[in-house]
Design a protein around this ligand. Structure first.
Ligand code: IPD
Length: 266
């Protein structure tokens, strides 16, 4: 019989789920209609909407009221509080989709214990999907357990690679070329957190992003670990303090993909 989770962590996961639910409703209420992007550019093709700030402020305030001793880090506001437990939020991941009234975006809230990701909630309200995970106690999509896909043959696999202006075009093209040379089906959906959640649920066999940030992946890391996916050492390779590379995949495709794109799993 598995031991019970620490009450402090179990309570935090439940609280996070409720707060993110309310934050996701706020994001839905502010969602732009389908059409050209509504927002401003932070840098090339890197969008910021009014909702990013509103959702981050909402979550920061609610978490401070509930857990004043916990640290807090947001995509927009950086580290505003410190603590041995630290919440890491991406208020809208997939902002470029959100800004055009598309559906593929989410609110992502991860919990770190020191440098260890221990829990995560990813709520994608336009898709009607909520992912939750607590280290040692499983990964779930809308309350049902999920696991990484059993696909072993790259020629039957679907691999996503995230794109951002942070990556020089030749590097992106070289990795994409290596992925496609394996015979895989490529994807690029514009929401790193949901792509990693797709690896955890078996909807994708692998996800690669050359430069991605902690707030994009913090909630997904416990999901991936609990779902049996393999993940390159993102945190150890600079992800705690800046942009770093991530490769996440099912355990069969992972080693093949890692070798093909030269992103070690260890
Ligand atoms: C971005 C998305 C995108 C990924 C970028 C992220 P944002 O986050 O996750 O898919 O490729 O690296 O910056 O800006 O929508 O929060």
């Amino acid at each position: 019989m598995p031991s019970l989770p620490s009450p402090a962590l179990a309570y935090r996961l439940e609280a996070a789920r409720a707060v993110v639910h309310d934050a996701a409703r706020l994001a839905m209420s502010m969602r732009p209609p389908p059409g050209g992007p509504q927002g401003e550019l932070k840098s090339a093709q890197d969008w910021l909407t009014e909702t990013d700030g509103a959702v981050e402020a909402f979550i920061a305030q609610r978490m401070q009221a509930l857990f004043p001793e916990d640290g807090f880090q947001g995509e927009e506001g950086g580290i505003s509080r410190t603590g041995s437990l630290r919440w890491v939020v991406d208020p809208i991941d997939g902002t470029s989709n959100y800004a055009r009234g598309r559906c593929r975006w989410c609110v992502s809230l991860g919990l770190m214990d020191g440098d260890e990701p221990v829990a995560g909630v990813i709520d994608a309200p336009a898709l009607g999907e909520v992912y939750t995970a607590l280290r040692g106690y499983g990964a779930f999509l809308n309350g049902k357990p999920i696991k990484a896909s059993p696909i072993r043959d790259p020629a039957r696999s679907m691999i996503e690679m995230g794109w951002s202006g942070r990556v020089p075009k030749p590097v992106f093209m070289e990795k994409m070329d290596a992925i496609m040379a394996l015979g895989t089906m490529p994807r690029s959906g514009g929401c790193g957190a949901l792509a990693l959640a797709d690896v955890a649920s078996g909807r994708l066999d692998g996800y690669i992003e050359i430069v991605i940030n902690l707030w994009d992946v913090a909630a997904a890391l416990p999901l991936l670990a609990e779902a049996g996916a393999v993940v390159s050492p993102f945190l150890q390779n600079g992800g705690l303090t800046g942009g770093a590379t991530i490769l996440a995949a099912n355990p069969y495709i992972g080693p093949v993909l890692a070798e093909a794109v030269s992103i070690p799993l260890k």
